[in-house]
Design a protein around this ligand. Structure first.
Ligand code: G3H
Length: 248
C-alpha cells in the first residue's frame, strides 16, 4: 500500500505577507493524516517556509536546483543551500523548466543525481505537450523523460522520491486529464519502472498534475495507479489545497 503524496507547487507566486497567511493556515491543518504533504516554494522564501513548517509534518521543497555543487552559476541555487534551509528535496524536470528554461533530459538527470547524492528526495516531472499527444507520442515522450533518469540512477533511487505525470496541455489551463486518461499513462509509467525493478515500481508514488482542484481530486485518486497530486494554482488556497490532501 503506497502512502499518498500531495505537493503544492507555488510557482512564482506569493510575497511574505500572503505566504505567512498561507503557511499559517496549512500548519494548523488537521486533514493531513495518512498523506505525505510538501510545498515547493520560490527560493527567496525557503527560509520563511522552512521556519514556519519547522515543527509540522509538511515538507518544504525547491522548485528546481542546480546540478553543480557551487561556483560561477549566476542565479542558480545549490543542493547545499537547500540543506542549509532544511529543505527535503526539489522538483526536477517541471515542464515550465524544460520549456521555459531549456532544461534537457540530461540536465534533469544531473539534478536528480545531485539531490540523491545528498540524500534528498526528487520529484521527477514528466509530461507531453498537446501536439505530442495529438501525434500519438504521449508514451514515447514520457518514457524517454523517465528512462533518462532510470538508466543512469536505477529504479530504487527513483522510488525514494515521487514521479509526477503532468500533461503540459493540462497545466494551468483548466483542462484536466480524465481519471482514465491519467490512469492509462500512470500504468504505463509504472510498467516502464517495473522493467527495471518490480519492487521499486510497486513502491513508487506516481502522482498526477494538471488543473487538480478539490472537486476533481477524488475522481483522479480513485484510480489504482494515481497516488496523489502535484498541485499548482489550487495550492495557493489553503482550503482548496487541504481539501485535495484530504481526498488523497
Ligand atoms: O506543478 C504543478 C503543475 O504544473 C500543475 O499546475 O495545477 O496550476 O495546473 P496547475
Amino acid at each position: 500500500m503506497r502512502q499518498p503524496w500531495v505537493g503544492g507547487n507555488w510557482k512564482m507566486n506569493g510575497l511574505r505577507e500572503s505566504n505567512a497567511a498561507l503557511l499559517g493556515a496549512l500548519k494548523g491543518a488537521e486533514q493531513l493524516a495518512g498523506v505525505d504533504v510538501a510545498i515547493a516554494v520560490p527560493a527567496p522564501y525557503w527560509q520563511q517556509a522552512s521556519e514556519a513548517m519547522n515543527d509540522c509534518a509538511i515538507n518544504v521543497m525547491a522548485q528546481t536546483i542546480s546540478p553543480h555543487a557551487s561556483g560561477a552559476y549566476t542565479g542558480d541555487c545549490s543542493v547545499a543551500m537547500m540543506q542549509d534551509f532544511k529543505l527535503s528535496g526539489a522538483l526536477v524536470g517541471h515542464s515550465e523548466r524544460r520549456q521555459g528554461a531549456g532544461e534537457s533530459d540530461a540536465l534533469v538527470a544531473a539534478q536528480f543525481a545531485a539531490l540523491r547524492g545528498a540524500g534528498l528526495s526528487a520529484v521527477l516531472c514528466v509530461g507531453e505537450t498537446l501536439a505530442e499527444r495529438e501525434a500519438g507520442e504521449t508514451l514515447a515522450v514520457v518514457s524517454r523523460q523517465l528512462v533518462a533518469v532510470l538508466e543512469q540512477y536505477g529504479a530504487e533511487a527513483l522510488a525514494t522520491g515521487v514521479l509526477a505525470y503532468e500533461p503540459v496541455w493540462a497545466i494551468g489551463t483548466g483542462l484536466t486529464a480524465t481519471p482514465e486518461q491519467a490512469q492509462a499513462v500512470h500504468a504505463s509509467l509504472r510498467a516502464v519502472v517495473a522493467a527495471f525493478d518490480i519492487n521499486a515500481a510497486n513502491a513508487l508514488r506516481i502522482v498526477y498534475g494538471g488543473s487538480v482542484k478539490a472537486d476533481n481530486a477524488a475522481g483522479l485518486f480513485s484510480m489504482p495507479d494515481i497516488d496523489g497530486a502535484l498541485v499548482g494554482g489550487a495550492s495557493l488556497s489553503a482550503s482548496e489545497f487541504l481539501a485535495i490532501c484530504q481526498a488523497a
